[in-house]
Write a protein that binds this ligand. Structure first.
Ligand code: MRU
Length: 360
């Protein structure tokens, strides 16, 4: 896909995003400068997907810092914190939002003895690094994931954990995009993903743009395609992975995991370490976003499809229990149960690599 999901336009002091609410019918690039419009863009899923939200938040906080008019660190930091708290309130589940904002705040604090202008430059570099790292991380996830499947396999995915959800490649769709580059022919089944249709509007769009054999199914058809023997592996993304391996992702993921277990199909969660939250012990501890009723009763329909006044429950996420997950694909390799041990080992590996980079 030739469009960038999320970018910094420093000259215009803007966060540039591809408006995902308009896809696939319109390709519209937005250049956002106001804090409120950036917040709205995250809340309304104009930019969405855990890693892309993280990159957008890092850029947004840099832009907020750039606009702060003071030379005194204390005042600068207070205003930066205000902007950080504001952006952190846009969505509660994807941990990448908080991960990116915390990372930016740490940079500001680490350089507190320097002039404010220099701190702003450090923040700009960090925001750019968050994006560049995401591209590298997703590519690595793609390489590790590709080793788990073979040419001709049928793969089922849920929601959109592709390029549109990251800076490039995606997480769950990265093995498919990389495989396509290398001449593999996968048959991908994408759940439409009610109620916001990320599978129908976004995964189908990006996979088709990449020339991947893609079949769209309604969410309630996953069991049928699995029963038909058409699915050799399930790949999904993740919004927050708890320390015990419970994987919170788009609503419906838990059901897909249960089906995969029943049909004995490997179920893989693709999660960069920025999505792994060792401070959250288990899936039950992850805050689940609830969204407005009209997404279920009216959105996408020509006219309302439910009686006025009906009660609606609209959780945006659920979690696949760690016992249902065959493996978790990170940028440092695939980890297997017991996850409470293997996830900690991945962070030890990450710390080693970071130390190597620092030494070099
Ligand atoms: O509500 P969304 O569209 O932001 O939800 C996105 C997902 O659930 C993705 O699967 C997840 O963020 C992983 S993206 C690589």
């Amino acid at each position: 896909m030739r469009y960038e999901t999320v970018a910094l336009d420093d000259e215009k002091s803007a966060l540039v995003i591809l408006d995902q609410t308009k896809l696939p019918n319109e390709v519209e690039v937005l250049s956002l400068t106001g804090r409120q419009e950036i917040w709205q863009a995250i809340y309304l899923l104009k930019v969405r997907g855990a890693p892309a939200i993280g990159v957008a938040a890092a850029i947004a906080l840099y832009l907020a810092a750039k606009g702060i008019d003071t030379d005194a660190f204390e005042s600068f930091y207070r205003q930066l914190r205000e902007a950080k708290d504001y952006y952190a309130s846009a969505r509660p589940t994807a941990v990448n939002l908080f991960w990116a904002l915390d990372r930016m705040e740490r940079v500001a604090l680490a350089h507190r003895e320097e002039p404010v202008a220099a701190i702003k430059e450090h923040l700009r570099r960090e925001a750019v690094r968050v994006k560049e790292e995401d591209i590298e991380v997703c590519r690595a996830i793609g390489e590790h994931g590709l080793r788990l499947i073979k040419d001709g396999d049928g793969i089922l995915t849920h929601c959109n954990a592709g390029q549109l959800a990251t800076a490039r490649y995606g997480t769950a769709l990265a093995p498919i995009h990389l495989g396509r580059e290398r001449g593999y022919h996968f048959k991908v089944f994408t759940d439409e993903t009610r109620p916001l249709l990320q599978g129908a509007r976004l995964s189908a769009f990006e996979l088709a743009a990449d020339g991947v054999d893609t079949t769209l199914i309604c969410d309630n058809m996953a069991s049928q395609v699995m029963k038909n023997g058409w699915v050799q592996a399930v790949f999904v993304g993740c919004d927050r992975l708890a320390a015990n391996g419970d994987a919170c992702n788009k609503i419906g993921t838990s059901g897909v995991a249960i089906l995969a277990k029943y049909y004995d199909i490997p179920f893989y969660v693709c999660a960069p370490t920025s999505t792994i939250d060792l401070h959250t012990a288990r899936g039950e501890d992850i805050p689940i976003e609830e969204r407005p009723a009209h997404e279920v009763t009216e959105m996408w329909y020509q006219k309302r499809m439910a009686p006025e006044g009906v009660n609606v429950y609209n959780p945006a996420f659920d979690f696949a229990d760690h016992e249902l997950i065959t493996g978790i694909v990170t940028e440092f390799g695939v980890v297997y149960p017991p996850y409470d041990q293997s996830l900690r080992a991945i962070f030890a590996k990450k710390a080693g690599k970071t130390a190597d980079v620092a030494k070099a």
